[in-house]
Write a protein that binds this ligand. Sequence first.
Ligand code: LLP
Length: 427
Amino acid sequence: AQTVTRTPDGVVSVGGIDVKKLAEEFGTPAYFLDEADFRARARAWRTAFGEDADVFYAGKAFLSRAVVRWLHEEGLNLDVCSGGELTTALSAGMPADRIAFHGNNKSTEEITEAIGRGVGRIVLDSFQEIVRVAHIAESLGKRQRVQIRVTVGVEAHTHEFIATAHEDQKFGIGLADGQAAEAVRRALALDGLELIGIHSHIGSQIFDMAGFEVAARRVVKLLAEIRDEHGVELPEIDLGGGLGIAYTSEDDPSEPHEIAKALNEIVTRECESAKLRTPRISVEPGRAIVGPTAFTLYEVGTIKPLDGLRTYVSVDGGMSDNIRTALYDAEYSVALVSRVSEAEPMLVRVVGKHCESGDIVVRDAFLPADLAPGDLIAVPATGAYCRSMASNYNHALRPPVVAVHDGEARVIVRRETEEDLLRLDVG
Ligand code: LLP
């Protein structure tokens, strides 16, 4: 569904507009998001999982009001993890009952707001939160639908996973030592809570489906234990997000329908053998929907060749608009997009303009040897966790997000200005 093409003179165009025009109109650095591609990916998830399941887009990957409207129109639900994300979602018209609220340390204000506005579910992350949410719901005269987030002992990395007995992390309540069963006991006993299901999220940028299968199996086993102990069959399970995308040509991600098929099969099989009704499944993809739909456009500035080693290509952004390379050693690719070049490829490192040597956007890549200041280069697959983790380091102005669709470009998050920075500095 991606509408990125290259014209005969080598200028790349997206959604029918060439990048030179985009740079002229919106400046650089900027994120350009292909709306048709976003909608197609959202729809593919929705279609793959069908009417008997729910897809909650994980807003942490990238959230704006336009995105919320697209998701609403495409029939997706939304996962938020802060009061800020909740406010954005509600202000763009996402019905509260289609919102799930996450987080390991939700504040009293956030919980009160979420329950008061009628969010569809709160995902309980700790023993203290079970009580906290129940009390707030009761004080508001409500019964809040909740899931309990359990840690299933699956450590998922990009191309592998490890199943362990215990999990050493801040999120969720452990399955292995009976803590999750105890959490269920407590939640079922509280009037303010309606326990509707169990939640598991095993990690992010995952390619190996086996991790999800182990997680699903362990969650279904807990459902069977709950049925045996309490005589209730919880109606829902959520298997979280985490599906990987292709950052470079070496990555080969699964399609939503393959993921849906694998998850449905494993849950159905496990439920049959435990003689449980199959629960309604939900998932929470963030990166897999928005990641591939945007690229960052930069203008090349200083070029510093180091003989026999590599050439440093400095761009007008950096770790303030993409922290992922510095933070996770993430891999990206890069392309010259404002012209064609017949020149030999040279080994480059694309770096930002920040006062830090770790300020790397693309660690190793090839660009034509005739690269010059003023050329435009694009880094693809920056739709997820780039704008949403952008910072003002060195008082950088966070770039805009521009949605491109059918020959039209529209700013959906505007560029920050120096006035924005000074407005916060009241001093
Ligand atoms: N559901 C829950 C409960 C999550 O914690 C997350 C991500 C998701 C869903 C969505 O995961 P996704 O489908 O996007 O992988 N900043 C990191 C990723 C952190 C993910 C945190 N949780 C990065 O840039 O790679």
